[in-house]
Write a protein that binds this ligand. Structure first.
Ligand code: MG
Length: 299
């Protein structure tokens, strides 16, 4: 081994050690129990029982649910209805779930344009409702033909710059959601979503971690959330085997590793239910809320 190579290895070892020590002392100086983060739970519209928004919000308030995540389709026409139903309540709009048409990595320009225009309409409504952001998937498996990877990413960055500026002008953000491989080939990992946010370099472009998709794609819930870091603006949650209420899949429904990362990040946003149920909502929903609160305490 020549001297240069020895020096290189020594320097690399020191650097690795420094990173390790930094990470360790970081968690020592910020003990989990002193995290300022608290668990803000949110429901999509179909989660709470009830036939009207008011019935659903009554149920949610009794459980201390802080956020409401409506779907984006037709949202512009629902702004007043949602504002009225939320008046005087301790519930805010968390995020807006998709609802756009077209897709951003389409081969055909008309489909990309359709996505830009429909997303802008939803972003404007999201801003009026005080939402953290609007959730967007750049392309689903079924949306074909799509551009191949390098070109898709390049064109996406350009589109996101425009959508990010539009979102900022409306006091909201666009939230990129990675999905599992059965639903999307283009964006599956939080670290990749965060890298797109970094490369877009626009405060209006952020990302989301969905425990359901993370179950199939990520090697570590903790690592995934930490890799998303400051770009993380929303979290989805469901049981981990069948996408039902957290707890309906028994022991598989452990979220403490991910919650520990959210605590260390002082994550200030929402953890939102996106799932079905096999049981009666009046029973399975409060049970899921209790499970998540207890796991948050343990994390
Ligand atoms: Mg989701």
């Amino acid at each position: 081994m020549n001297t240069n190579r020895r020096d290189f290895i020594k320097t690399a070892a020191l650097a690795t050690g420094a990173v390790g020590i930094g990470a360790f002392s970081g968690s020592c100086t910020t003990p989990v129990s002193k995290s300022k983060a608290s668990l803000h739970l949110s429901f999509q519209e179909g989660i709470a029982p009830g036939t009207s928004l008011n019935e659903k919000f009554d149920f949610m308030e009794k459980l201390g649910i802080a956020g409401f995540e409506p779907g984006g389709r037709g949202l512009a026409g629902r702004v007043n209805e949602i504002q009225q139903a939320l008046k005087g309540r301790n519930i805010k709009v968390s995020a807006i779930c998709a609802g756009f048409s077209g897709w951003l990595i389409a081969e055909a320009e008309e489909h990309r344009k359709e996505c830009m225009e429909s997303s802008k309409e939803i972003l404007a409504a999201a801003g009026e409702l005080g939402s953290v952001g609007m959730i967007l998937v750049p392309g689903f498996n079924g949306q074909q033909p799509s551009l191949p990877m390098p070109q898709a990413r390049e064109i996406l960055l350009e589109e996101l710059k425009e959508l990010g500026d539009f979102a900022i002008a409306h006091n909201t953000t666009l939230i990129l959601e990675p999905l599992n491989r059965r639903e999307a080939w283009f964006l599956r990992l939080l670290a990749d979503a965060a890298a797109i946010c970094r490369d877009t370099d626009n405060a209006g472009i952020t990302c989301l971690g969905d425990f359901w998709h993370m179950t199939w794609e990520e090697t570590s819930d903790y690592g995934a959330f930490m890799s998303a870091g400051k770009y993380l603006k929303h979290v989805h949650i469901a049981s981990r085997e069948r996408r039902k209420m957290p707890g309906e899949d028994g022991k598989a429904d452990n979220y403490t590793d991910g919650f520990r990362a959210l605590k260390e990040l002082n994550y200030p946003h929402y953890v939102s239910f996106e799932c079905g149920t096999e049981g009666k909502r009046e029973e399975t929903v409060p049970a899921a809320v209790a499970l998540l609160r207890s796991q948050w305490e343990q994390a």
